[in-house]
Write a protein that binds this ligand. Sequence first.
Ligand code: ATP
Length: 507
Amino acid sequence: TAPDFKALTAHAKENGFIYQSSEIYDGLAAAYDYGPNGVLLKNNLKEYWWKSMVQLHDNIVGIDASIFMHPKTWKASGHVDAFNDPLVDNKDSQKRYRADVLVEDHIDKIEGKLNKELTKARKRFGEAFDEAEYRRTNANVLRYQGQMDDVAGRLATAMTDGDMDALRQLIEDLGISEPDTGSKNWTEVRQFNLMFSTQLGNIAGEEGKLYLRPETAQGIFVNFTNVQKTTRQKLPFGIAQIGKAFRNEIVARQFIFRMREFEQMEMQFFIAPGTQQDWYAKWKEARLKWHLALHPQDKLRFHDHDNLAHYADAAVDIQFDFPFGFKELEGIHSRTDFDLGAHQELSGKKLQYFDPETKESYVPYVVETSIGADRLFLATLTHALRDEQVPGQDDPNNTRTVLALHPALAPTKAAIMPLKRNDERLVAMAKDIFDDLRFQFEVQYDDTGSIGKLYRRQDAVGTPFCITVDFDSLEDGTVTVRDRDTLEQVRVKKEELAGMIGPRVDM
Ligand code: ATP
């Protein structure tokens, strides 16, 4: 069984994956630190993305752009004028909320009632239950569905029009109350820009205002010509980047799902105008396939956007079934020539591509794939962490917690332990093996407990192999290799360890 969300966050902390930022000062909201195991797992996830995007594509290259960019970048991209969330304060609790999220939560509540109705009916009719028919005919279900459609429609219109009064009216009409206090005493809804700003040292006032980038994509767009010229890539080709992004999120909850400082893995694919539908479909499929190599199908789904961002002519999310429901893990956007066109206009520099075959110049179109490294991390933990009956044991009460990560993602590939920590010969041989293997992959030497305890500890952080040195090892040079998932143990010559484990933990 998968542990609940609280157990998951506790596990992440206790096992050195994720700590609250600045914890000794009671923490900073929506900021988190990756611990020793966390950084290894996150690096592996990033490497997996980078290899599949850059290394395995002839026509995708990487860059690492600066976090600070010329302030005009964010004017051109639309972030200064349009990167806003609708903010509403509760006058009694003095707490801030995202108006659209309050409405979405309300929709979730209605959906909850609808699902209850379906569950009841499923029980009542058993095998004979025809859900589609029931949805079409049952009065309660139709009423809930109607309410949901109505509210979602009004929300989408208000968001698309940027109509804050309509949003305020919606909150009022729905009678939405403040979760903690039940108060319905709301302020007006106003636009809140999500960019963090700071100041250049040597220029005073507005002129010196700098932003921390809210997405990595713009570092790719402004470098389009540099990269195209220096790599002599022909269209279609892509530029990929992994890096930090910053957003002053109003709703800062759900652990590393929504942070104010986070990491993105983005790829902008430059194409000829008119081919965007094709490429959008191709990347949509390719990205889902990529996720399916990591996560089971029933944890993933597409979600089309109801209201498109100002830069997009098509957009879809890949959602993951997080412990708090299906939520966006990755976005795939057809961004047209919006960004390059806007940068070309504001900078006065040509951002065009000369097609050697048609002898035409044009501003390329773009299809983007954008995934949060932290959300991928959370998805991976969610899916891998489980409490289970110990394999091969009959007693259902004999359980263990295991992080069933793919071996290529596991922070540590093998742990090496002497059967007895006070036997010099066992310790020396185990340390020799450790010193040998550490050049091939990430290994750990551990003699801080009984073997049983050490095995459990390695299970909890996802180490796929445990290598034990015992008294027979001293005689014949073989060691025991224990498999995390099956608990099978095999004897292996110590010289054969690298050859046996290496291919199984390779990316
Ligand atoms: P959401 O609707 O959840 O706020 P978004 O649509 O604003 O996300 P995008 O602008 O499409 O997100 O960003 C691309 C990806 O970056 C997202 O799919 C997500 O994985 C990641 N991401 C965005 N905001 C955050 C955040 N505050 N914390 C962690 N990851 C984030």
